[in-house]
Design a protein around this ligand. Sequence first.
Ligand code: FES
Length: 104
Amino acid sequence: MALLRVVDRDAVEHEVDAKTGLKVMETLRELDYGVAAICGGMCSCATCHVYVDPEWQGKLPAAMSDERELVSELTHHQENSRLSCQIEFTPDLAGLRVTIAPDE
Ligand code: FES
């Protein structure tokens, strides 16, 4: 377990004890203020969209082309947009801070 910091859609920050080895989405979908993750991590729904804090962006593995493509089509796309189902929460990411993106 390691610390995951989650800013919800009301801009309230929560400190969550997240299981390492899971996708970030798998932790977020269990939270009342988390993500819907409708496709279950297949990189096809974008309902797991989050913004990664700039200080953490460079520490994450780069997005694959299918993730980049899907994210770029979103209304609320930002430069630090990621799909949380494509981010494995490794021990190196302890303290990661993400913001849940608005619903599309
Ligand atoms: S859960 Fe559907 S794209 Fe991530």
